[in-house]
Design a protein around this ligand. Sequence first.
Ligand SMILES: [Mg+2]
Length: 273
Amino acid sequence: MKPLSQLSREDARSVRVVLTDIDDTITTEGTLTASAYAALEQLHRAGFLVVPVTGRPAGWCDHIARMWPVDAVVGENGAFYFRYDRKQKKMHQHFWASRQERAQNRARLDQIEKEVLATIPGTALASDQDYRVADLAIDFCEDVPALPETEIDRIVAVFERAGAQAKVSSIHVNGWFGDYDKLSMAKALLADVFNIDWETAKRSVVFAGDSPNDEPMFAAFPLSVGVANVHAFAHRLKNKPAYITEGHSGDGFAELARILLEARDQQAQAANA
Ligand SMILES: [Mg+2]
């Protein structure tokens, strides 16, 4: 992980799309700060495509797609993307699994939920579970006292024994049935909605994140950035981000935004000179 200050000007100028995790990447200690939100807004206004790629639930993502200064959102670790067309006043929703498949998966997730809560003391159902359509989120750190890593591993093991995928964010273990993750849905969104193929994406997309559930994105995108708190999870990451910010969480995201906006300003000045 190189310091983000070493990102070449050429690479910074090539960025057109900002994909970003939300928890502990844009938010800081559970709060969306004005400076991090302003960074999103400035990027969006400057013409970057801005897309949060999060483990958070469909209910939140409906709000984010509709009201935040973003172009779309990928939620529940890749179960769907939502995009609100402001001109047409229409919410476009694309899910990985059909409604019927999601209902069948829910019955299996309910069994996993029972097993985790009964056998691993200190866990809780994530408080945002009611707004989820495709996954099960077990809280190990958000509203419960932080559990040790051995317990996080036990939660993951329950999901995996049942044939589900499980990914660890900074606050929850999210598990689901289905062969998708943040990366596969982000690729689908880029191709379907923004007409950006994978070869183009590798040059024009930057991804920012902080946790193991961001690992598929760190591995795939050459321009991947960890905010400084990614250090806390580095030992759980086989694929680390290429760059790391100086600032933690939202400050780190604002640092990335500043670098991209400066590169774009310099480009505009050069074009006008
Ligand atoms: Mg995160």
